[in-house]
Design a protein around this ligand. Structure first.
Ligand SMILES: Nc1ncnc2c1ncn2[C@@H]1O[C@H](COP(=O)(O)OP(=O)(O)OP(=O)(O)O)[C@@H](O)[C@H]1O
Ligand SMILES: [Mg+2]
Length: 378
């Protein structure tokens, strides 16, 4: 059955486990709430008590905003469902509760975080809650350390590798983060005044070599269960609690990729707030705190390789941070934090500063000893 607004009520009537929070015979009110590119997200409420609701995420067999001519495997939702289960197991309460998963129709039913808003919007408004960054650091630290190749038996590592062999989504990221932005590609765009800097970047062989090196790490390193899309749009904030969503890119890979995306999006927000030193200072503290709580989780594991493991994660994370910053200035998907700046000279100042830092982080990712050193340079 094709999942649409029209077919959903009868679909749900056949799925009692997904709708168990509702009383029997409830009349559903269904609305589309998602603003994403790939999937459809619905809110299903009890028409008589709209405060009683669930969220359904559905993956059509193509890229939602492009339509059926752009096929994409619905397996992405299987990986998301598996990741939700794993996160709930190791870090209960950090993701929405999952009520049911139907791999055939590619539907996840989950807890509706009705009161929540997207972290990116908080940062844009200058609301920077360090506690949220600490929670995300802890979330990453738990998920990464508990599944890390150095901390689990080879049988368990093999199980994770098999369960999270999400190669289709991994190769999309490889293209859009590591390759397209630094070549001539039709999806690239940038603020015209940035042109000379971008041409310089594309001709910088040292940069291109490091970008390629990091791409190979991204494609081949098998370290732990990595969310794969943990930017500030994948965190919902409800009161002072952070919940992580949108794990369809989850894979067994280089865990520093999550830190990199998360840090890069805080840094992009930092550059966007150039006239607001208080917000900038809070963003810097948040970045440092993420690493604090992250490493604390690793300290709790008893591997002898701890220090070396963390150092390696850190260096790769810094390289990924740089690439994520750059692709958000040049590639297909920019961030609202910067795109919202309507004054072009002001926008260019933010973008130029971000571009400089991004380039340095990629080229020198192996030479930074600590996050504090990077924060001090800002
Ligand atoms: N459990 C939930 N509770 C409340 N709102 C949610 C929930 N899950 C998703 N949403 C809303 O739907 C939006 C899109 O969700 P999600 O990012 O999972 O979809 P997506 O199609 O994979 O998006 P993208 O194209 O960005 O990858 C979220 O930004 C959020 O506003
Ligand atoms: Mg998504």
């Amino acid at each position: 059955m094709e999942i649409t607004l029209a077919t959903l009520p009868s679909y749900l009537r056949q799925r009692p486990e997904m709708t168990r929070i509702f009383e029997q015979g409830t009349t559903f009110r269904i609305e589309e709430i998602g603003d994403g590119n790939l999937n459809t997200v619905y809110r299903v409420s009890d028409a008589a008590h709209t405060e009683c609701s669930i969220v359904l995420k559905h993956a059509p067999p193509y890229i939602k905003i492009l339509g059926p001519d752009y096929p994409l495997s619905t397996d992405r939702l299987t990986f998301e469902a598996r990741a939700l289960e794993l996160y709930d197991h190791f870090a209960n309460g950090t993701v929405p509760a999952q009520y049911g998963f139907d791999p055939e129709a590619a539907v996840i039913a989950m807890e509706d975080l009705r009161e929540a808003h997207v972290l990116r919007d908080d940062l844009i408004n200058g609301t920077v809650d360090t506690a949220i960054a600490e929670q995300i650091g802890r979330f990453m630290g738990i998920a990464h350390s508990r599944t890390h190749i150095n901390n689990v038996s080879s049988a368990i590592a093999d199980h994770y590798k098999q369960q999270f062999a999400n190669t289709t989504m991994q190769s999309i990221t490889a293209d859009y983060v590591f390759t397209f932005p630094f070549t001539e590609h039709e999806t690239n765009f940038w603020t015209p005044g940035l042109e000379p800097e971008i041409q310089r970047l594309k001709a910088d062989t040292d940069f291109l070599e490091q970008a390629e090196y990091l791409k190979q790490i991204f494609l081949t390193a098998q370290q732990g269960v990595t969310h794969g899309d943990l930017h500030t749009g994948s965190v919902l904030v409800q009161g002072n609690t952070a919940k992580v969503i949108d794990a369809e890119f989850a894979f067994y890979g280089p865990v520093g990729f999550d830190l990199g995306l998360y840090w890069a999006n805080y840094l992009l927000s930092y550059f966007a707030h150039q006239d607001n030193p208080r917000t900038q200072s809070a963003l810097k503290t948040a970045i440092e705190q993420t690493w604090q709580t992250y490493t604390t989780e690793f300290e709790m594991t008893d591997t002898e390789l701890k220090a070396q493991t963390l150092e390696n994660i850190f260096h790769e994370a810094i390289g990924f941070t740089g690439l994520e910053i750059l692709r958000r200035l040049i590639g297909a998907a920019h961030v609202k934090d910067i795109e919202n700046i309507l004054d072009i000279p002001q926008k260019l100042r933010a973008e130029n500063a971000a571009l400089q830092l991004g380039t340095t982080l990629v080229k020198q990712h192996r030479y930074f000893s600590d996050i504090a050193v990077i924060i001090e340079r800002l």
